[in-house]
Write a protein that binds this ligand. Structure first.
Ligand SMILES: *Cc1c(COP(=O)(O)O)cnc(C)c1O
Length: 360
């Protein structure tokens, strides 16, 4: 064995999750969020497979992501929506790469209209409905409708908004955002309308409109930030044992000597650390899966290494692979143990591990 850590991407599981989300969305268009390199999985790889599964519209955040995705998709006529929108100086590159900007503010609307002058260019309009992140206020959208004869170079193909609390189905902000979005959508009746992310899909049919934009649940995260039986594991991170040792009672393990053995403890030193994306905060609650059980991480996670309790586990030998994230240690559970979310955990997995792609 030459590689001590392995990241397996199961593209068939990705496709299965796509089908689950499509069904849950009542057949509405699924437009995958492939921003941040498809949450670290590889946007080209992911978009290629989801195109084969029928996806035709993709969302990226940064202009550089959009340009790279257009190149990766080659001559396939995918629609790529750019969430950052028209930032200063970006309009020519957006057009050259054939991206559709999401217009987030009145200045962005003006900038894209000015760039389009003499032609008609497509755009998505983002209306903020309560998150107070990007997007026009509803009142601004109302003013905009009255000004569309002046903004004649814009073709608003779609109106979208984003839910702040979709992973908490009972949160009152969901219904408030839905009501405001219905108002925004009615202002542009000929455009397509999109509100739901992964969690939003499971809020019910009222939230589906014409298009849903899942990210995390395509990649294996549950829609409620917890493992979900309907969603399959896409990412498996494994790392091998470099060494085992016996720590006598009273001795400590790792930096800062934060863990002291209260008994004779056999530990495995595993070739994975925070430089691979295992959060330093995975200590003290974090676990890994090995030989049929969850086993606690002992002491601080180092840059390249962590220690695991393997007392009474004969299978723990140098070269054996431990599962850090995967079917037996779900993404959401590993994230929660480290005080973070599946989103942050996935996007921080570093390129050091050997990548293996599983596909039919
Ligand atoms: C990231 C993002 C999504 C996808 O959200 P998930 O929670 O990962 O499903 C959808 N819409 C917008 C605007 C986003 O920024």
């Amino acid at each position: 064995m030459t590689q001590t850590s392995r990241l397996t991407l199961d593209l068939d599981a990705l496709a299965a999750n796509h089908a689950v989300l499509k069904a849950a969305a009542g057949g509405t268009e699924i437009a995958p969020a492939v921003k941040a390199d498809a949450y670290g999985l590889g946007a080209g790889l992911v978009a290629d497979r989801l195109w084969a599964e029928g996806a035709r519209t993709f969302y990226v955040a940064r202009l550089s992501e959009g340009v790279a995705l257009r190149r990766a998709l080659g001559d396939r006529s995918a629609t790529i929506h750019l969430l950052d929108g028209v930032t200063p100086g970006s309009a020519p590159t957006i057009e050259a790469a054939g991206l559709v900007p999401v217009l987030n503010s009145l200045p962005q609307v003006e900038a894209w209209n000015a760039h389009a002058r003499g032609r008609t260019l497509d755009a998505v309009l983002h209306v903020d409905t309560g998150m107070n992140r990007l997007g026009l206020r509803l009142e601004e959208a109302q003013v905009l409708v009255g000004a569309m004869d002046r903004l004649k170079f814009l073709n608003i193909t779609q109106v979208m908004s984003h839910l702040a609390c979709a992973s908490e189905p009972d949160h009152p902000l969901n219904a408030r955002q839905l009501a405001r979005f219905a108002e925004a959508a009615a202002l542009f009746p000929n455009a397509r309308h999109s509100l739901a992310n992964s969690a939003g899909i499971f809020l019910g049919g009222d939230y589906h409109f014409d298009q849903c934009r899942p990210g995390i649940s395509l990649y294996g995260g549950g829609p409620l930030d917890a493992p979900d039986a309907r969603i399959k594991t896409v990412v498996t991170l494994e790392a091998s044992i470099l060494q085992t040792r016996v720590v006598p009672r009273g001795e400590s393990i790792g930096y800062g000597a934060t863990f002291t053995a209260t008994d004779t403890t056999r530990i495995a030193i595993v070739a994975v650390g925070y430089a691979d994306g295992v959060p330093r905060a995975a200590h003290p609650k974090g676990k890994v899966w090995f030989d049929g059980a969850r086993r606690p991480i002992l002491g601080r996670v180092s840059m390249d290494l962590l220690a695991v309790d393997v007392t009474d586990c004969d299978a723990a030998r140098p070269g054996a692979m431990m599962q850090i994230i995967g079917p037996d240690l779900p993404l959401d559970e590993a994230a929660a143990a480290a005080g973070t979310t599946a989103y942050e955990l996935l996007t921080r997995i570093a390129p050091r591990a050997e990548r293996v792609v599983k596909s039919r």
